[in-house]
Design a protein around this ligand. Structure first.
Ligand SMILES: [Fe+2]
Length: 293
């Protein structure tokens, strides 16, 4: 197992897998945290990319206040009119909050992205400014499945075979989303009606200066400058490589877990869970900026 590390700020950091992820303990996120504690969390976050803080009793305000210690809160993206019903859950009344849930009230979804499995993706990777950080809080969980998979995209880039590194060097890829979970967008026709943006295939993380692969199976559609068949071939290689279990930490949720991650160096996905069981997680984010390659 992994060795827990006590920090000077009084929190304990315990790594969760060889790929990424650490559990933070000795902290109550509902309280007003001292700056030294926030800095210790930030340092652990930069090192482990995903942090898990268990047993937290968090109101919506508590969650937002904690997240805001790491930057301006991101607002929930408004989907274009024709796609809106896929994202507008009736309980999503606070503009920074998205409810990841399969639950319905009077036949209407209370949140979004609720059912079954979900392919690897980057939260709001289809926008000019993908969210820096995501914070997800476990409120209702199925008896099995619905785990969140995190893939370390620094490792994925570092271990990419050199010919693939050469192929993607200096290139951008199209990211596009129509709020589905396991189906790609058809980009053969007009895509102006669907949110999309081009990002470098490998980005430079603005804070660490490290290079990370920035593609995912759900939203990355094609690589600029490559013939369609070649783009598809390369993307399939990149996805298969990036989802290798040796880069992945699988989070098995417990109630009251707060899981926080960095979208610029991780992709994440979800395993299947029984549709007859409820799952509800409350999400908020920190706003990001344009990414350079
Ligand atoms: Fe997500």
């Amino acid at each position: 197992m992994f060795v827990a590390e006590e920090t000077a700020a009084g929190i304990t950091v315990t790594p969760l897998s060889p790929a990424c992820g650490a559990e933070i303990s000795g902290v109550d996120l509902a309280t007003d945290l001292a700056p030294a504690v926030v800095e210790a969390i930030r340092a652990a976050w930069q090192k482990y990319l995903v942090l898990v803080i268990r047993g937290q009793d968090l109101s919506l305000d508590d969650q937002l206040r904690f997240a805001a210690r790491f930057g301006p809160l991101g607002e929930r993206k408004k989907a274009p009119e024709g796609l809106r019903e896929r994202t507008e859950g009736i309980y999503q009344t606070e503009k920074h909050t998205l409810l990841v849930s399969n639950m319905k009230v009077d036949g209407k979804p209370i949140g979004a992205f609720g059912e079954g499995d979900m392919w690897f993706h980057i939260d709001s990777g289809y926008t000019e400014r993908p969210y820096k950080y995501t914070f997800l809080y476990g409120m209702e969980l199925p008896s099995t499945g619905g785990n969140t998979l995190f893939s370390n995209m620094y490792m994925a880039y570092d271990e990419l075979p050199q010919p693939l590194k050469d192929t993607i060097k200096g290139r951008k890829a199209l990211h596009i989303h129509e709020y589905k979970r396991t189906e790609k967008v058809d980009t053969s026709g007009d895509i102006s009606h669907s949110p999309h943006w081009f990002h470098p295939v490998a980005v430079i993380h603005p804070e660490t200066g490290r290079r990370a692969l920035f593609v995912d199976r759900l939203m990355t559609a094609r690589i600029e400058g490559l013939e369609p068949a070649e783009s598809e071939r390369v993307l399939n290689q990149l996805w298969d490589h990036a989802e290798n279990p040796r880069f992945v930490y699988e989070h098995v949720w417990k109630l009251k877990d707060l899981v926080m991650w960095d979208n610029r160096c991780l992709t994440h996905g979800r395993t299947w869970f029984p549709p007859s069981e409820n799952r509800l997680l409350r999400r908020c984010t920190v706003e990001g900026g344009p990414l350079d390659g």
